[in-house]
Design a protein around this ligand. Sequence first.
Ligand code: AP5
Length: 212
Amino acid sequence: MNILLFGPPGAGKGTQSALLVERKRMKHISTGDLFRAAIKNQTRLGLEARKYMDKGQLVPDSITIGMVEEVFMTLNGQSFILDGFPRNVAQGEALENLLKGHDLTIDKALFLEVPIDQLMGRLTGRRVCTACGATYHVTASPPKKEGVCDKCGGSVIQRADDKEDVIRTRLMAYEESTKPLKDYYKSANKLVVINGLGATEEVYGQIEKQLL
Ligand code: AP5
């Protein structure tokens, strides 16, 4: 089964995807992670994407869609989770074409619902490992040793776009561009709303039920 995980910034998409990768051996396709890797490697795509990401704006569709297609070419039949793509209805339509072209389908679009007033605290407190990408939170789930990843010993830092002013712009981009995808996937009979407010394992339990 292939699924799409979408929702506002900080809803827990990356956290839940990491569990699905570990427990269900699904492939995680995160456009945010792909852009961050390109920035780290200082590729042309990374330098271009950074101009938008640092301000909290969406990277243009022309760049993003081509990047996703490259990943589709490497799938070899593995079930996947799309996280952070599509981000607007135009990307949703482009995804349909990409899927058809690669003889793939998305079975369910899981919307991770978390009230906007909960997101700022989750995002300003988030810390990530620069080596393996593990996600922490300064109060809810800190690493055992400050600044050091429990899983790989890498450096744990704050993401450049997890500053309050940038988060505000990301939340606006979500309201304007990404939220309309709820209706898009409802019309396609693929929408499933997941309550993202409980503990991580409770949220995972709801997602796991959808994979049966
Ligand atoms: P991206 O990396 O996709 O960021 P995002 O959508 O803003 O989502 P986040 O990664 O911030 O949050 P998340 O939902 O994964 O939450 P997490 O699990 O980490 O995109 C970044 C940028 O890239 C965009 O702004 C844009 O510029 C660009 N971009 C990416 N894709 C694009 C596209 N398709 N088109 C154009 N541009 C694109 O959790 C957050 C925190 O909450 C953590 O600290 C975690 O520990 C905590 N937490 C998680 N679950 C729970 C829980 N159940 N209870 C309490 N705390 C929890």
